[in-house]
Design a protein. Structure first.
Length: 135
């Protein structure tokens, strides 16, 4: 699309500007091209390692790719920067539930540990919504 070409031209011209990587990643995300999304967001993270939007979207992308282990670090980093992030707590909760399901057949204790973590994170997300304190 024209927008994709424009953002790519922006990257080519100004490779240290994370907005171009981020916005292009959003377009690829709509097309469910998560490999491209993760590559763009990794590059944006290299340029600006503490950008909360980049971290949240990177973690969410790994979740969408079912790469649950890879999703944890960027989501935890996001929550350190934005502790009242509804999406951060919710997505990390879903990541832990995903990990729990992966271990269900092979390691019941690990599956329970991840389930408990996941439910705690989802509960925190719900509390942030109900209290009005979430972002």
């Amino acid at each position: 699309t024209k927008a994709m070409e424009t953002y790519q031209a922006g990257i080519d011209t100004n490779p240290q500007t994370i907005d171009f990587y981020f916005n292009l990643s959003l377009l690829y995300s709509r097309m469910k091209q998560y490999d491209k999304v993760s590559a763009l967001l990794q590059k944006a993270k290299e340029i600006s390692p503490n950008d909360p939007d980049v971290l949240l979207n990177l973690g969410t992308t790994y979740y969408n790719m079912k790469q649950f282990t890879n999703a944890i670090d960027p989501l935890e980093a996001h929550l350190k920067l934005v502790p009242n992030s509804i999406d951060g707590w919710d997505t990390l909760g879903r990541v832990y539930i995903g990990l729990a399901n992966e271990y269900k057949a092979t390691d019941a204790a690990k599956s329970k540990e991840y389930t408990d973590k996941g439910l705690a994170h989802l509960k925190k997300s719900e509390e942030l919504v109900k209290s009005g304190e979430g972002k």
